[in-house]
Design a binder for this molecule. Structure first.
Ligand code: AMP
Ligand code: MG
Length: 408
């Protein structure tokens, strides 16, 4: 049992990350085919199995020629053969000769430039050159990637072009991270599943959908658990099952100062709490610790608070545990600089994450406030597409440039 006084209370985002980072999970990898790899996270760097391109080839449909033969406009060259991509190569080009080449066809020996079809006129077995001979229309062997060169670093998300590059480098299968299982658990007597008839003081549960979606976006396998009522035994049973079945536990609700905030009570008495409360608004009351050796993030129940804490704390922790590439791994938001068009109130002593709507205006990003800022106003997250990152005690005035998260 951990005595409450040893728990750090009211920490900065940075300190919260430090304390959470002292706990980690180990991830495993698996090898999958390209068909199954879209959106997965690459577990090891991939190198080209052959040079790209493999041989010098034409970037245009046209004529493989010698530059020196085409210096005078209106030259006539003898057509000596042709080559197409994947077909037989054109014969070697000598003085006063041209070979017809299609895009991707190997450059015949002797040729050092391409004349485009558009710059030529054929007359029997002679071609009249009416435009320039261009050396840069020859794609040089290995100019994209040399054989053995790294094309993709570990930790990147396999987006469509990256998946394509994987194939272009010759890999039929790829090593990827196995998504860790994350238990997503909502707590609260007032909660019912969407679709169920509401009693007078009930509401439809929604946080597990936000949290499961965010986990999935980061490359985890979320498991939405049945709702848990505000009662110690039910909560204990669910957390214990979650610790057995999953790698990480995320709860929503029950971590504030209320009499029915049992996640905090149970974690304080029977779990291992590493910190409680963070200096952000909204999202002040989160808790982090271990339940039966399994990392547990106790998020507040208010929907915007739960989202914000996930973004600021859970997401970077998961990304680091999943070994995401710091620049190119899956992420939920981009840090940007925006010019405020409306006033935004900061929070004394706390980082303020207010919902804003970011658009472009000329060469700037500008941000408006569209909705009221209640932490229970889930609609504010949908009507907006960003969050301010206003430092403690700083208010944002119209015209101010501030840091913000542009949400994906
Ligand atoms: P709590 O953090 O448990 O005090 O919850 C604060 C408020 O958040 C509750 O009064 C509910 O209005 C709301 N809430 C809690 N859990 C959820 C949930 N899973 N989905 C949507 N709203 C929730
Ligand atoms: Mg509650």
């Amino acid at each position: 049992m951990l005595v409450a006084t040893t728990v750090e209370t009211g920490v900065s985002v940075e300190r919260a990350m430090e304390l959470a980072s002292a706990v980690s999970i180990s991830v495993t990898t698996e090898v999958v085919s390209l068909d199954e790899a879209h959106g997965r996270v690459l577990a090891a760097p991939l190198c080209a199995l052959a040079a790209d391109p493999r041989f010098n080839n034409s970037a245009m449909d046209g004529w493989a020629v010698r530059v020196e033969d085409c210096e005078v406009k209106g030259t006539h060259l003898n057509i000596i053969g042709s080559g197409q991509a994947g077909g037989v190569a054109a014969p070697a080009v000598g003085k006063g000769e041209a070979a017809r080449v299609m895009t991707g066809a190997a450059i015949p020996e002797g040729a050092d430039a391409i004349v485009m079809v558009e710059d030529s006129e054929v007359d029997g077995d002679v071609v009249l050159i009416t435009g320039p001979a261009r050396p840069h229309y020859i794609r040089i062997r290995g100019e994209n990637l040399e054989e053995g060169e790294e094309g993709l670093p570990a930790g990147v998300e396999l987006t469509p072009p990256r998946l394509s590059l994987t194939g272009a480098m010759g890999h039929a299968t790829v090593p990827v991270i196995v998504p860790p299982k994350v238990a997503v658990i909502s707590t609260g007597d007032e909660l019912l599943q969407p679709g169920e008839p509401l009693g007078e003081n009930d509401l439809w549960e929604s946080n597990t959908h936000t949290l499961a979606g965010l986990c999935h976006q980061l490359g985890c396998e979320p498991i939405r658990f049945p709702l848990v009522i505000d009662e110690l035994d039910s909560l204990r049973t669910t957390l214990t099952r979650a610790a057995e079945e999953c790698d990480v536990i995320i709860t929503s609700g029950g971590v504030s100062m209320g009499d029915w905030d049992f996640v905090r009570r149970l974690m304080e008495t029977e779990g291992d709490v590493r910190f409680w409360r963070m200096h952000i608004r909204p999202g002040g009351p989160p808790l982090f610790g271990l339940w039966n050796e399994t990392p547990l993030f106790g998020l507040p129940g208010n929907p915007v608070s739960a989202y914000v804490v996930f973004l600021m704390l859970v997401a970077p922790w998961l990304s680091s545990n999943l070994c995401h590439h710091p620049e190119d791994g899956p992420k939920l938001a981009d840090r940007v600089r925006v010019r405020l068009l409306d006033e935004v109130k900061g929070a004394p002593g706390k980082l303020a994450l207010k919902r804003i709507h970011i658009t472009t205006e000329g060469d700037e990003l500008v941000a408006r406030v569209r909705t009221h800022q209640g932490s229970g106003n889930l609609h504010s997250l949908v009507a907006g597409n960003g969050l301010t990152l206003l430092p403690a005690g700083v208010d944002g005035e119209p015209g101010d440039f501030i840091d913000a998260f542009w949400l994906r």
